[in-house]
Design a protein around this ligand. Structure first.
Ligand code: SF4
Length: 284
């Protein structure tokens, strides 16, 4: 049996920095709060809880140093923290901060913004707060693009910026780009800024290459991790025997035995130890 692990599997730079810094703060025995789950991974969360980190969804519940995770937060969170005198440790990924700046800059120039990505994802909720009043979110399919185009036309604005969540699908972004370019009126100033981060792009590319080569693909990641879900979608497209698991306990060992070439890939919020446990289970 050949087992191949993706070179880009596991924590990305932004997530690693946020998790490492949070652990460091907890170990310094500060009373630490974290605004939202630091990563979409239950093992990491439980570990940090055991180290004394309190996870909160409402800043009113913070009573000490509060960590901002890699996804970033809406602008109003900084205002609330300042009003309440809460000390923030901001580990928003630099790639996310870059998108906030782009959105802010174009919104101030009167651009309408199409933001590709999930309507509910915390990263997009943060970005949304920098987009001004003229913005549409394009979540999934072509229909979303046409709805966004209708809203744009109704606004009578003649400047349009397209950006995306850092973990959006490269393929979907290309589709959005194509539809908009085909449908938009000639007198519209169109700026397309593909803000999918490099780590996401490389991971998606590697998943596609591996999925074409392997008989069986295992994608490891949290159930609510959107980048893990996208990797699974890519894998399932090119390898019919693809599964997505949160940990080694969810593996179907009897099924795996049927295959010669096993590929393992993991989302940006999956710790190395989860990958190692899956690998050990397969080897056993
Ligand atoms: S996926 Fe990209 S943008 Fe998001 S935290 Fe990781 S490196 Fe930063």
């Amino acid at each position: 049996m050949e087992i191949k692990i993706g070179k880009t599997a596991g924590f990305c730079m932004g997530v690693k920095r946020a998790v490492d810094e949070c652990i460091k703060l907890a170990e310094e025995k500060h009373k630490i709060y974290c605004f939202g789950e630091i990563v979409h991974n239950q093992e990491v969360i439980n570990d940090l809880r055991n180290k004394g980190v309190n996870f909160i969804d409402d800043l009113n519940n913070a009573d000490g140093i509060t960590v901002i995770r890699a996804h970033g937060v809406p602008k109003k969170i900084y205002e609330i923290a300042q009003e309440k005198g809460i000390e923030l440790k901001d580990f928003t990924c630099p790639n996310v901060l870059k998108i906030h700046k782009i959105a802010e800059n174009y919104a101030s120039q009167g651009f309408y913004i199409f933001l590709c990505g999930s309507k509910k994802h915390p990263e997009n909720l943060g970005t949304l707060s920098h987009c001004g009043n003229h913005v549409s979110i394009i979540e999934n399919d072509d229909e979303d693009v046409f709805i966004a185009l209708e809203e744009f036309e109704k606004s009578k604005i003649k400047k349009l910026l397209i950006i995306s969540q850092t973990t959006y699908s490269m393929e979907k972004f290309a589709v959005v780009e194509e539809i908009v370019q085909n449908e938009i009126a000639k007198d519209v100033e169109l700026v397309i800024n593909n803000t999918i981060c490099k780590a996401t792009e490389l991971r998606q590319m590697e998943t596609e290459i591996m999925s074409r080569e392997m008989d069986y693909m295992i994608i490891i990641g949290g159930k609510n991790s959107s980048n893990t879900r996208k990797l699974y979608d890519i894998a399932a497209r090119y390898c019919e025997n693809s599964i997505c698991v949160e940990n080694e306990l969810e593996l179907d060992v009897e099924e795996i035995k049927k295959y010669e070439k096993i590929g393992i890939m993991a989302g940006a919020s999956t710790p190395q130890r989860s990958i190692d446990k899956v690998l050990d289970a397969i080897k056993k």
